[in-house]
Ligand binder design. Structure first.
Ligand SMILES: NC(=O)c1ccc[n+]([C@@H]2O[C@H](COP(=O)([O-])OP(=O)(O)OC[C@H]3O[C@@H](n4cnc5c(N)ncnc54)[C@H](O)[C@@H]3O)[C@@H](O)[C@H]2O)c1
Length: 446
């Protein structure tokens, strides 16, 4: 099939490369000329396991092409995916300007009967808006399809090639049959393609992300309560996660959710509810709990350092909003760094993949270390923000020697508190110690 993917970010690039992998002719178009230049040279602008091979192979076999000419990408194609960004506007709603801009280009340049797929996460009613824009220009029949994407950054290629399910909002037989054919290689093991109305497909994406964000905020609040009552969140998590009605995923407490999706999608769904005079009280509470959680790391650190971080130097392990990605959008590390700098501390950060993205976003507000141990040199404390695998079994002796004082604040519960205590660390994590006995370091004078 001839396919165009408009917007070559995390989603568009993965979608384009995976569809080329199954033999389709795919053109990925983006207005970012630097990005397209890099991709043409097989340089991948994002860190995503498995993507490099896919892009290289399919480009070499001339099934995958990159262009800045969006109009040319659309001409001749049978299916066009809109995968541009939908960041929040000033009111928390999804900003649809890019989507509607692309819709206009599609309307002006389609040259045959086409299926227009909204892959970007967009509020209910967006496909209708796209349809109205395209209709103004189109001289050929077209069919709308809402096909929300559920891939996880860090496992995006695998998720696309082996999806749990494919959701397709279609309202014509043509769209249904074209999309079934396109996705059939990815659901051979029996994973379902779930057909539904376009509005239901649009809502499914938001409901999925809202549910996941809810689980995270719920567990963070339970973890905070565990600290007060002397319970251990890790045991509570196992205790509830083994209930088949609950399941074990998305029950880990942490520094609050971040990334390019949960924060903006939660906001956008709350906004949609308000627009329709409905209440999403649960989700509003989820968002508030997440905001509170983002400041907990800083509070724990301040308490461990005797009530002030002024004049201290802090090591940070992990900047990306989660492991296996370099995505810094809404990362909890950013909130921590802002709080530290605002309170008169300095910081050196390490991340296995996100240093470049962090430099781009934060500039020289912090120093950057090429190795995790380099970041510790002369620091008054270590804060672990992202649970990269390489932080799980560190050389604790080396850590202790490098730190000026052995204070570790661990937002991912990577280590056992008893072990850290026996090794002589002042250690705090999330939901595993009574707040009544705050750990505290006697600040070594600098
Ligand atoms: N990142 C994820 O994990 C994820 C998962 C599921 C769904 N989504 C949704 O997919 C959409 C895209 O997300 P992303 O993370 O890939 O965003 P991104 O910011 O990484 O990529 C968007 C790309 O679109 C390009 N673009 C913007 N306007 C354009 C235009 N008019 N024409 C052509 N290209 C244009 C940008 O240059 C950019 O490269 C969003 O709606 C997001 O909510 C993201």
């Amino acid at each position: 099939m001839q396919i165009a993917v408009i917007g070559t970010g995390y989603v568009g690039l993965v979608v384009g490369a995976c569809l080329a992998e199954t033999g389709n002719q795919v053109v990925c178009a983006d207005i970012d000329a630097d990005k397209i230049g890099m991709l043409r040279e097989n340089r991948i602008p994002i860190f995503e396991p498995g993507l490099q091979d896919l892009v290289e192979r399919n480009q070499a076999q001339q099934r995958l092409h990159f262009t800045v000419d969006v109009a040319a990408a659309i001409a001749g194609c049978e299916v066009v995916f809109i995968a541009v960004g939908t960041p929040p506007d000033g009111n928390g709603a999804a900003d649809l300007r890019r989507v509607l801009e692309v819709a206009e280009t599609i309307g002006q340049h389609l040259t045959r009967e086409i299926v227009i797929v909204t892959k970007s996460t967009v509020p209910v009613g967006t496909a209708l808006k796209v349809q109205a824009v395209v209709e103004r220009w189109a001289r050929h029949p077209f069919h709308m399809c809402s096909n929300p994407e559920f891939l996880k950054e860090g496992a995006a290629v695998d998720d696309f090639l082996k999806p749990d399910r494919v959701v397709l909002g279609v309202e014509s037989d043509h769209a249904r049959s074209v999309m079934t054919e396109l996705y059939s290689p990815f659901v051979r093991t029996g994973r379902p393609i779930i057909f539904m109305s376009i509005a239901s497909a649009e809502m499914t994406k938001y409901a999925a992300n809202a549910m996941l964000a809810t689980r995270i905020s719920f567990m963070n609040e339970i973890a905070n309560l565990c600290e007060r009552v002397g319970a251990d969140i890790d045991l509570v998590r196992k205790g509830i996660g083994s209930d088949s009605r609950i399941g074990p995923s998305f029950l880990f407490p942490g520094p609050g959710y971040g990334g390019s999706c949960f924060p903006k999608d939660v906001k956008a769904l709350i906004r949609t509810a308000r627009d329709y005079d409905a209440t999403l009280g649960v989700l509003e509470a989820v968002e508030c709990a997440n905001e509170r959680q983002k400041s907990r790391l800083f509070e724990k650190l301040r308490s461990a350092l005797g009530g002030s971080v002024q004049g201290t130097h802090i090591a940070i392990w992990g900047l990306a909003f989660k492991p296996n990605t370099d995505d810094m959008r809404e990362a909890p590390s950013v909130a921590l760094i802002e709080a530290l700098v605002g309170a008169g501390a300095t910081a050196t950060a390490h991340d296995p993949a996100a240093l470049e993205a962090a430099r781009h976003l934060l500039g020289d507000v912090v120093r950057y270390a090429e190795s995790s141990y380099d970041a510790l040199d002369g620091a008054d404390a270590l804060v672990i923000v992202t649970d990269w695998n390489e932080y799980r079994h560190p050389d604790f002796g080396r850590m202790k020697t490098a730190l000026r004082q052995p204070v570790v604040i661990d937002s991912r519960n990577l280590y056992r508190p008893e072990k850290m205590k026996s090794l002589g660390f002042i250690y705090d994590s999330i939901g595993r110690g009574p707040a009544a006995e705050p750990v505290r370091a006697e600040l070594v004078s600098r």
